[in-house]
Write a protein of this length. Structure first.
Length: 354
């Protein structure tokens, strides 16, 4: 039978509510906002803010891209640059490697072209710079030969050694230098500096800093119609002034200077280039430097070889300034310098690291 009593009230379950922070407190209100932000899902298209890890990642990507671009430009420029003649290659010794250890003859001739060379002059070019580099990974040693040193030039008798370039170019200069120094020295590679493009390379580096030891007052020479003056001390030189500094022939402020001082200045410029290559500021200019560097020289070394040489120069330390010391100034034929056999033997041992 149905229960005639009316139904009672429905049963309810009672839940205890979580205490809600009072919104009257500014601290509680801010805590609630932080909690809601943590729980709020990211909106479509919303980008997360930068983090140190993300910034480091993009910096690394940029650095790798910049280095890769510089490498490509260097190799392309080296491929397009002029090499040396087959006769020059035949005169070189095939032994020695750039990374394992090799000897490079660096020649800079007074060719009658370029912004700082007097085009009104005539006659064959003579080697204005004669320098030997013995390079290996982590080591670079330098030796300069005074251009007025007396040497027996094959087929032409005893003359100033820089005449070899005028008489037979780089091939005859290689044979002359090897015979002049003796003591087992062999030239493995050659670099001929293009004075016309050398200033452009220095400018790409932002100039070079040279510590000038003494005041230089040069009378006019080449296309430096007003001469050149350098104060003692450190100074930044652009490409044209750096080339002029390396080629100053006479110093009115120090009349006793000889060709040995000139050779030392040339090594200073080389050391300044190395210093700039390692400078952090050069990283920003690296693509331009990489493009112009191979165009500054003619060499039997191609892209990989020139790149290995640049690595050697960068890692090999500045090295000392070594110049063959003559035993007698102006005592040889045509006012040439005489260098003893003992001096040659000692300097070759230093150069080769024996």
């Amino acid at each position: 039978m149905n229960d005639p009593r009316p139904p009672g009230p429905p049963e309810y379950k009672v839940y205890r509510a979580r205490r809600v922070p009072s919104l009257r407190s500014a601290g509680n209100l801010e805590a609630l906002r932080r909690r809601l932000r943590r729980r709020r899902p990211s909106e479509p298209g919303e980008r997360p803010g930068p983090t140190p890890g993300r910034v480091a990642k993009w910096i690394a990507i940029f650095v790798l891209f910049w280095l890769a671009l510089s490498l490509v430009l260097f190799m392309l420029s080296a491929q397009l640059s002029a090499g040396v003649s087959d006769e020059t290659k035949a005169a070189l010794s095939g032994q020695g490697t750039i990374l394992g250890g090799g000897t490079i003859l660096v020649l800079g001739s007074d060719q009658r072209t370029g912004e700082s060379i007097d085009e009104s002059q005539s006659g064959p070019s003579r080697s204005d710079t004669i320098m030997l580099l013995h390079v290996a990974l982590g080591s670079v040693r330098k030796l300069s030969i005074p251009r007025d040193a007396a040497a027996d030039i094959p087929g032409h008798g005893v003359q100033k050694i820089n005449a070899a370039y005028a008489l037979g170019g780089a091939p005859l200069t290689i044979k002359t230098v090897e015979a002049f120094l003796g003591n087992g020295l062999k030239v493995n590679h050659i670099i001929e500096i293009d004075f016309k493009r050398f200033p452009e390379f220095i400018d790409a580096l932002g100039g070079v800093t040279i510590d000038v030891p003494n005041k230089i007052c040069s009378p006019p020479f080449d296309n430096f119609w007003k001469g050149l003056n350098f104060k003692p001390g450190k100074q930044n030189m652009d490409g044209t002034r750096a080339l002029g500094y390396a080629r100053v022939r006479k110093n009115s402020c120090a009349p006793s200077e000889t060709d040995l001082d000139r050779a030392k200045r040339q090594q200073q410029v080389l050391t300044g280039i190395r210093r700039e290559l390692l400078s952090p500021s050069t990283f920003l200019r690296l693509p331009l430097v990489s493009w112009r560097a191979p165009k500054t020289v003619k060499s039997d070394l191609h892209g990989p070889g020139l790149l290995a040489l640049a690595a050697d120069v960068a890692t090999g330390g500045s090295g000392g300034t070594n110049v063959l010391e003559p035993t007698c100034l102006g005592c040889g034929p045509g006012g040439s310098l005489l260098v003893s056999d003992g001096e040659k033997a000692d300097e070759v041992r230093k150069l080769l690291g024996k």
